[in-house]
Design a protein around this ligand. Structure first.
Ligand code: A3P
Length: 285
């Protein structure tokens, strides 16, 4: 697929704050046009490169998500149509979301376009992913959390391995075209993270404008924002599961991990962090 100098990528391992970051980036680059953001669903503002993996997987299993009614085809455009086709047809600047790791993206990407990568503590990621995979018709996970954790840590969950994904972006964190953020940073100081992101894109906003944006991005408003919440997919989501925009907490994993999982995870993280050199930010509050 072709990379253009005007492309803007938001790349993450799933459930790391992609949607939140997409909305922030899009608004910063569109003169904070909240009316336009409200009128255009985020899935139509970004091309999701790599989502056709879902389409292929679900097609193979004959899952209901791909039995589209004619009137629903627009809604599922991103699943039906390969990302490269959507990209070729899009005008500049193209906003691109991807969960693919850097090694599966074009090699000239980092030298050509701008990338915002977001990483999140894997313990909160695995809990969030567990709920998400229970919510989605594919893979429609039905087991308990411990089973999911055991699969995740052994790289048997779709989109894993987690650390290899982060490592590839982490190694590029000092490249001028890469802005490497942590979910925990956004939670800890959204205003400052917005300022860093604006600077990365050579944009300037007043403190008051940033304060309005913080409010817009606050999860309590965000979860009621139909343009980002994926509520339009309610008819395909598995009923009774927690919504797409869920808790939005740091450290929520503590309610899910028993002692055995906690120890296993500590050892796994210590080993992987040492191997990769990744350093998660530590906040005092
Ligand atoms: P939880 O499931 O832990 O609540 P992604 O967009 O990459 O799929 O990430 C989803 C995670 O980001 C979910 O985490 C979701 O609740 C959280 N999230 C979404 N919007 C958020 C916001 N405005 N503030 C904080 N967290 C948010």
């Amino acid at each position: 697929m072709e990379v253009r100098a005007t492309d803007i990528y938001v790349a993450t391992f799933p459930r790391s704050g992609t949607t939140w970051t997409q909305e922030m980036v899009w608004l910063l680059l569109n003169d904070l046009d909240y009316a336009k953001a409200a009128s255009l669903n985020l899935v139509d503002r970004y091309i999701n490169v790599g989502i056709s993996i879902w389409g292929l997987a679900s097609r193979a299993k004959g899952a209901k998500i791909l039995k589209f009614k004619e009137e629903d085809k627009r809604k599922y455009k991103q699943i039906i149509t390969p990302g490269c086709e959507l990209l070729a047809a899009a005008s500049d600047p193209r906003f691109i979301k991807t969960h693919l790791p850097m090694c599966m993206l074009p090699p000239n990407l980092i030298e050509t376009a701008k990338i915002v990568y977001v990483a999140r503590d894997p313990r909160d990621v695995v809990v969030s992913l567990y709920h998400f995979y229970r919510l989605m018709p594919v893979p429609q996970f039905t087991g308990d959390f411990k089973t999911f954790w055991n699969m995740f840590v052994r790289d048997n969950v779709i989109r894993t391995p987690y650390f290899a994904h982060i490592k590839e972006a982490w190694e590029l964190r000092n490249h001028p075209n890469m802005l490497f953020l942590f979910y925990e940073e956004l939670k800890n100081d959204l205003s400052n993270t917005i300022k860093r992101t604006a600077k990365f894109f050579n944009k300037e906003y007043t403190d008051e404008q940033i304060s309005v944006l913080c409010n817009h991005l606050n999860i309590n408003n965000f979860r009621h924002n139909d343009s980002v919440s994926l509520n339009f997919l309610a008819d395909v989501f598995i009923p009774g599961e927690e919504p797409f925009i869920r808790k939005g907490k740091v450290g929520g994993w503590r309610d899910y991990f028993d002692d055995e999982m906690t120890v296993e995870c500590e050892q796994w993280m210590a080993k992987k962090l040492k191997e990769t050199g990744i350093q998660f930010p530590v906040f005092s509050n």
